[in-house]
Design a protein around this ligand. Sequence first.
Ligand code: SAH
Length: 467
Amino acid sequence: MDYLPVAWRLKEQLALVVGGGEIALRKARLLDRAGARLRVVAPEIEPELAQLVERQGGELLRCNYHPSQLDGVVLAIGATDDQDVNRQLHGDAVARHLPVNVVDNPPLCTFIFPAIVDRDPLLISISSGGASPVLARWARSKIETLLPAGLGRLATLMGRYRKPLADKLPQVGARRLFWEGLLDGPLMERVLAGQDQQAETLLQQAVENADRETLSRGEVYLVGAGPGDPDLMTFRALRLLQKADVVLYDRLVGPGILELARRDAELVYVGKARNEHVVPQDEINSLLVRYAREGKKVCRLKGGDPFIFGRGGEELDSVVEAGIDFQVVPGVTAAAGCAAYAGIPLTHRDHAQSVRFVTGHRKDNSVDLPWGNLITPGETLVFYMGLVSLADICRNLKAQGMRADMPAAVISRGTMPDQQVIIGSLSSLPDLVSAREVAAPSLVIIGSVVTLHPRYHWFASTPLNNP
Ligand code: SAH
């Protein structure tokens, strides 16, 4: 590190600017914004710069540079095009141990001005240490797009409540939790939506109750983790996963996803294998409540989307009844993930105008479905949990009059590196599937959209088992 970034309080401090032109003006404006008092020295000073100095009560010295002008200043800027003057200023300042910057002349600088992303009072400075100002500006434009414009207002608001909060909560750790809890919640959302008044009311109440509420309030996040590929998680899913103290997951959640949790988070497996309920559903429900009551942030990670064949509703019931705060984060459901990665559009104007998600889960060894209802022309059917019942499903659909050569596909471990796609028809698919090992999880897509697979197939999976 060639330069140490610091945030320097210049309020009421005297700063010397040598130069009276455009470049001097630019630096003077910046120093003025930081509250510094200006001493500007030049035989000729542009009117705009002169006005600025007069307005802020600084000193205008319409004369040549002289070392005595460094008396009483905390920093010096060289902004003249006379390199002799700049060099002399640099030498004089260094001799007095004063920070000095000669604009666009790194060898004559003991400090440099970084690029700034300004969400005042939140400021981000970016410097390449003079190696590449273009790169620093590029980085700045990236950060500009990341940080919402309202952040400055949020920072100001939070600043005003620091003292009142410190009176309520003397412990630093408790205050940190307080702010973190508010930041990812409604406070930020309100400010960014421009509802400053509501945000302030909310903050006021939160501060008033800060010592009464449990210091860290437990929360439950019901998060859809998508079908497997960690890249398919949403930003919010990732953010909440990284906030969680406890993560409850099951076998549909890929290992790549769990690696994104905090290192110190407690990972709890609550998976259910078919017919082999590792943790019964009501036990999962009460675990969520128990952890949250201990004040923990609990992330309940579900494969795909929590509200699509995910029992998300049931899991929330006990959370709602216990009055615990919660959020639900949607995820890419397996049908969407598998369809995309297998190159099978679920709808297509030439093939299907609707798509239906159906569960193929058996009850008492038979799939109980309104079969007659499922053979709508121009509709794609997606069967979740349908592999074991595949033969049943195909037989029933044929019995209702669906044509035997209707294209059908099984997608196993969709979106994951070992994804497999098996293509056939209502008649041929069950045999194709039983002839090989098909790894769970897998789903079935039935409909003429399946014929599009060779055309849109792009995801070259690397089968892990057969090299
Ligand atoms: N909530 C989940 C579905 C849970 S039901 C979602 O929205 O995707 C479990 C079923 O989802 C599995 O039996 C299988 O049919 C399907 N499934 C989940 N992930 C899958 C994947 N990566 N590939 C294929 N099918 C998957």
